[in-house]
Design a binder for this molecule. Sequence first.
Ligand code: SF4
Length: 388
Amino acid sequence: MEKWERILQTQMSSNPPRLSVDEAIIIYDEADINDLMDTALFRRRKQVPGNKITYLVDRNINYTNICTINCQFCSFYRPPGHSETYTQTFDQISARISELENIGGSRILMQGGVNPDLDLEWYLNLIKSIRAKHPSIDLDCFSPIEIEGIADVCGLDSLQVLEEMKNVGLHGLPGGGAEMLVDDVRLDISPKKGGSENWLRIMEEAQSLGLVTSATNVIGFGENNTHRVLHMDKIRKSQDKAIKNGYNGFTSFISWPVQLENNVFGKRNKGKNKVQLEVKPQEYLRHVAVSRLFFDNIDHIQASWPTMGLGIAQMAFFAGADDAGSTMMEENVVSASGTDKTNANEIELQRIISRAGFIPQKRNSEYVSLSTEIYSDDNISALIPIQN
Ligand code: SF4
């Protein structure tokens, strides 16, 4: 029996030991894809019992594209002074949230660049104005690098910034900007973003305040499977610490391949080496399956339809994912890099879930189930068309 077979067999036992980093690398590198996915699906059914796949009705809002960090893979940002920069007004942001309310959404995920012209007061006023006009919408906003940027502008530390934001109504911090928490990769692709400890520290600070957080992972920068597992290991250790301290920790782990097709502004790839850097569907499914088996302390593993397409997201349910992500309504960061599909309505997510043999379940950003109207072709018109 091969080593990978023994590892998967052990993971199929009734009380399997925690998968080690070395074991995770072996199954990532060597396991038969069908056996790996079967084991991950088995684990999913133990960790998240039942046959439901959840999804969130939300909207992404990218409030500014001005950024000084210049990540090499990023096609979304524009440096200060560039002719294509924008910052949305509070009214423009509010109008977008009203559209989300019209389709029964429950949260906004708002992220932008590190904009040196926006101080803490601007952010606090924004949160307050949204809270006043849209009290039922959860605000999961600003990735760790944005929090660091705001702290720099206002001369506070990041924990103080988070406290002030929480006091006026911030609900959570999205996991954006983790990319690859292995510094020889991270400092190569985003030298100005700082080491992995920055992202982890700000997430841990957010968790200590009771903010809702998720963990992310972008793959395909030319790193190897060992780097990918080491990234997962940093998240798993951070989650152990959160649980030990009595915090909720990360709700979920979400991974996707970097999109470089239109990387005309970013300096990574520029169309060269595309074959080498491209993450193929089978590799993505391996990644999802290994993450399901690795994270014995994070329940929810998300499939990424915006980068992989709805069909591969559907396959990811058989690799251990228990969540189809969210409707997004609009997306400007990944889409700036060339992906074709950047919004899905509720019926599309329900369709891929039910056609794969699972039951669709609407949720909020804390993975609490919400009342779910199951749409059929008869009541599809009940869904208000998405307007970007
Ligand atoms: S990925 Fe984020 S931090 Fe990096 S350049 Fe783009 S907007 Fe800025």
